[in-house]
Design a protein around this ligand. Sequence first.
Ligand code: GUN
Length: 288
Amino acid sequence: MTARIIDGKAVARKLREEYASRVQTLKGEHGIDPGIAVILVGDNAASQVYVRNKIRACQETGIRSELFHMPADTPESQLLARIDALNADPHVHGILVQLPLPQHIDVSQVLERIAVDKDVDGFHLYNVGGLVTGNTVFPPCTPYGVQKLLEHENVKIEGQNVVVVGASNIVGKPMALMLMQQDATVCICHKKTRDLGQFTLLADILVVAAGVPGLIVPQMVKTGAVVIDVGINRLPDGRLVGDVDFEGVRKKASLISPVPGGVGPMTITMLLHNTLISAERIAGIIGD
Ligand code: GUN
């Protein structure tokens, strides 16, 4: 068996075109100009790249973005005051605080200060908790992107064995809850899991977000499985790879997402989606 390769870039492009058109409708028919505020504290090089990419994607979709770049020694109180001001600003539909934050700042204080209905990253405790009952205001972007990819590829979720490798707050845990909400039988594996392969072999759908290049080899994958690789790892030779031995596993899976070009382009796309939805809600439009 040789897997079909999911073209995340193409799916993301198609969705972004749809969102751009919805943005124009909001502007033209409802007088609403969707906008996001992005807060970056300090000079973490990777964060600067992520923020730049998010802002460029907003521009391309017609979403207004405003960057608040604060120095690394910004007192927490000042950051919270900035969030309060953005919460109160009716022109701001989404607020994103880029992580990680400098050591002296309490991340949970910051994330919980963001108004739930502007929390387009889906990191507020209310949105995290809402995943348990299927009532989030905004789902977190990376697992939401995976869900959209699976939907796009018509992958059946109900009753399937799903194994999620990686139990992070940003990807693994929310991913597991989202798939459980769709009636999958879900197992979460993590750093302390003994004999990972005995679990992954059961997976009809295997989602890997461990941050370990080459972690998943063909012997750990059931023939015909759907394999979604959320890992993004930079090798010493500069190559970007996922957590899955792509060349090996693609000979065994039925469907596989590559790195780069799989889940990656979907994460920012879901940020655009959440910001658009936030603005559409103001206009009384309730949709997907
Ligand atoms: N840092 C790494 N990933 C993310 C993300 O998805 N959102 C934010 N705000 N910070 C991050």
